[in-house]
Write a protein that binds this ligand. Structure first.
Ligand code: HDE
Length: 733
């Protein structure tokens, strides 16, 4: 990653080392540093004198045959041949980080788990974000669900909360997981397409499987193309339970809400980034942590007392249903911060292994049939990926003592002294804990029933919440969902697939179905068996999601210059962007030195216009300068940068002569640019003719003035200019 980003702030690498973090301390002893005083050895410790030549028979300076006896040569190749382990069958592509979790409000009324009640406690965590469908080498920005898996290293053992960025799932019963995944993964005959749901099999399954209807509305929404892992919500999806000191049980859903707000890419940008920068999200997370702009999430719970289990029109154990926030409010009780990047990808991010069945005292399962199946699956999958001793791996082992009579198995590391390896034993060594000692006790749930392959009647209703989701979207989000369906179904060549899917959409909203039928072909439906109930719920729309303070923190802002740029405007903007903890990236026609007008300032750009693309930044700023603007106006790529950023609804700022450059690139009468000295803001394009105005206002910026930079930053913090899209301007340049 080095060289891609400037370090705008003092590097706060691994700052958490200074804090008390039991997991980081635990891992210290496993971590080696390579240094120049080290000497190359084999794995069995013998120093090597030559690491470049396989031992061979040399005859009068001629290269001879290699000798199989060379242990150095063979070890290198054997080790290399076995470097790969099976990638995860789902969620293969991901990236992770260390951090800490703390509750600021005790949830002791509903649980006795110290991780959720002890406000003085800091629990170390490791979090892995992922896509679901793609292979390990696939692109980050594809349309897909994102995994959000958190391992809490608590003093009572590991708690794995293995969630997604979408609160519901495609299926209600684990037995169907292989089917939904097979249908989404590349098709079996030709292994096409990679990391895409836009194909016949995926949509064939969605039609044939009505319980997926709610979930596919979410995956067609902007939630499936996040701007950053740092700007996604996380949901435990399944219903868990909490048990308090009085022995009372509550049903619970877990929610993470990001401090930076919930934001997405636009689809065209996501498509381009998949080729231009397939590691976009991975780099973004790394970069934010290295820059000390630590991602944070609030941790919330939705709680339903046991007695109210059947009070809702949906079954609260059905993972295809949300608990609408107006019925069951989210209670935010804690916060998570990610503040340390892994030291090495493979032993940490790749080998981290999560298990939904790993909960700690005070937290339990419910009878959610999806969760019950997951509890079986995760342990099983770790056996095939990592082997039976997977929990001994440094990243997976708990920070509290582990003591039992599990023994042996491939790659066993722990060496336990003593003469017995069973319980009960004559020494009473390692005996079960009492409740007072913190032993886990299952809740004494009363169970009665007959054996059958069926579920409660409420599980059979599949459209209400799909409608609720659609109705709750803002107009912009509805447009994006329409475009997503139009794209996906256009990639289904089989008319049976897209024709049936259009019919299915009529079960959600007739107008939606009609619009998609027009776009992709198929019969235009005229009636529906499931008219839209028109109800809405809070918290579903991300453009209308409350509760975060708009900020430019960690946003990438390109400053485009060429020789002869205005040094005052450049310097003021660079300083203001850095001060706001955003990342200024200087982009020019070349990466060698660029000199300002009057030769007063020389800058070395971070990238050139061809190497970097507008898709990789959140906003662009162009300072004036007669010569700089003349050069940029004749550079097709520079004009394309501005047009593309405009098309992707990004904030564009320009001062002095650069106002004309923006005008040339965009050339839309509806977009006003500054004609005189005053700062003008129109459709997220912020301009001012007189650079002096800019510098004055920059001085004012932290006083809350109403000048150029403030308007520019306000727009950047608003993420995108939706009005540009609503008025159809984005597609006209
Ligand atoms: Fe998973 N899932 N899943 N899943 N899942 C896996 O476990 C499975 C489901 C989720 O970063 C696998 O270690 C079944 C829902 C995440 O390492 C596997 C069912 C949710 C990750 C598995 C589900 C998830 C996984 C593959 C249906 C959201 C990545 C590798 C009953 C709450 C964790 C692995 C990481 C990974 C099985 C459904 C989230 C095969 C059987 C619902 C974030 O065990």
């Amino acid at each position: 990653m080095a060289g891609i980003i400037p370090k705008t702030m003092e590097k706060v690498q691994h700052a958490v080392m200074g804090h008390k973090n039991d997991k980081v301390n635990d891992l210290k002893y496993e971590t080696k540093e390579a240094s120049s005083s080290d000497r190359l050895t084999t794995d069995y410790g013998v120093k090597q004198t030559n690491a470049d030549n396989w031992l061979s028979v040399v005859n009068q300076d001629k290269t001879g045959p290699l000798l199989l006896e060379d242990p150095f040569g063979r070890e290198r190749i054997h080790r290399f041949d076995h470097e790969r382990i099976p990638e995860r069958v789902v969620h293969a592509r991901g990236s992770g980080a260390f951090g800490k979790f703390r509750v600021y409000e005790s949830a002791e009324d509903v649980t006795f788990a110290p991780v959720l009640t002890d406000t003085s406690r800091e629990t170390p965590v490791f979090v892995r974000f992922s896509t679901v469908l793609g292979s390990r080498g696939s692109a980050d920005t594809v349309r897909d669900v994102r995994g959000f898996a958190v391992k809490f290293y608590t003093q009572e053992g590991n708690w794995d909360l293995v969630g997604n960025d979408i609160p519901v799932f495609f299926i209600q019963d684990a037995i169907k997981f292989p089917d939904v995944i097979h249908a989404g993964k590349p098709e079996p005959h030709n292994e096409v397409p990679q990391a895409q749901s836009a194909h016949n099999n995926f949509w064939d399954f969605q039609f044939n499987h009505t319980e997926a209807t709610h979930m596919f509305m979410w995956t067609m929404s902007d939630r499936a193309i996040p701007r950053s892992y740092r700007m996604m919500q996380g949901f435990g999806v399944n219903t868990f339970t909490l048990i308090n000191a009085q022995g009372e049980r509550h049903f619970v859903k877990f929610i993470w809400t990001p401090e930076l707000g919930v934001h997405s890419l636009v689809w065209d940008e996501a498509l381009k980034l998949a080729g231009q920068d397939p590691d976009f999200h991975r780099k973004d997370l790394w970069e934010a942590i290295e820059n000390g702009v630590y991602p944070k999430w609030k941790f919330g719970i939705q709680v339903i007392p046991e007695a109210d289990e059947n009070k809702f029109e949906f079954d609260i154990l059905d993972a295809t249903k949300i608990w609408p926030e107006d019925l069951v409010p989210i209670r935010y009780i804690g916060e998570m911060e990610l503040n340390r990047n892994p030291d090495e990808f493979f032993p940490q991010t790749e080998q981290v292994a999560f298990c939904t069945s790993h909960v700690v005292p005070g937290i339990g399962f419910s009878d959610d049939p999806l969760l019950q199946g997951r509890n079986f699956s995760y342990f099983d999958t770790q056996l095939s990926r990592l082997g039976i001793n997977w929990q001994e791996l440094p990243i997976n082992r708990p920070v509290c003592p582990v003591m039992n009579f599990n023994r042996d198995g491939a790659m066993r590391h722990t060496i336990t002294r003593g003469t017995v390896n069973y319980w009960p034993n004559r020494f009473e060594n390692t005996k079960p804990a009492t409740v007072d000692e913190g032993g886990y006790v299952e809740y004494a749930e009363k169970l009665a029933g007959i054996k059958a392959r069926t579920k409660s009647a409420k599980f059979r209703e599949h459209f209400n919440q799909a409608q609720l989701f659609w109705n709750s979207m803002s107009q912009v989000e509805k447009n994006h969902i329409i475009n997503a369906f139009a794209f996906e179904l256009d990639h289904c060549e089989d008319p049976v697939v897209y024709t049936r899917m259009v019919k299915r959409l009529a079960d959600i909203d007739l107008d939606l179905a009609k619009t998609i039928a027009e776009m992709v072909g198929g019969d235009v439906p005229t009636e529906t068996a499931h008219p839209n109930h028109r109800k809405k719920a809070p918290g579903l729309s991300q453009t209308e999601y409350p509760g975060f303070t708009p900020t430019i923190k960690s946003r990438r802002i390109a400053i485009i210059v060429a020789d002869g740029f205005d040094p005052a405007a450049y310097g003021a903007a660079y300083a203001a962007i850095s001060a706001g903890l955003a990342i200024p990236l200087v982009i020019a026609p070349k990466r060698s030195k660029i000199v300002s007008a009057g030769n007063t300032t020389t800058v070395t750009p971070h990238h050139h216009l061809e190497g970097f693309r507008s898709t990789m930044v959140d906003a662009i700023f162009i300072p004036g300068g007669v010569e700089s603007v003349r050069v940029l106006s004749t550079n097709g790529r520079a004009l394309h940068w501005i047009k593309e950023a405009f098309g992707h609804l990004k904030t564009i700022g320009a001062t002095g002569e650069a106002v004309d450059l923006v005008n040339k690139a965009i050339a839309l009468p509806a977009v006003n640019v500054s004609a005189a000295d005053e700062v003008t803001e129109s459709y997220g394009v912020v301009t001012v003719r007189k650079p002096k105005v800019l510098s004055d206002v920059v001085k004012e910026i932290f006083k809350g003035g109403d000048g150029f930079m403030e308007k520019f930053f306000y727009n950047v913090a608003s993420h995108r200019c939706w009005d540009r899209e609503l008025d159809g301007l984005h597609s006209q340049v």
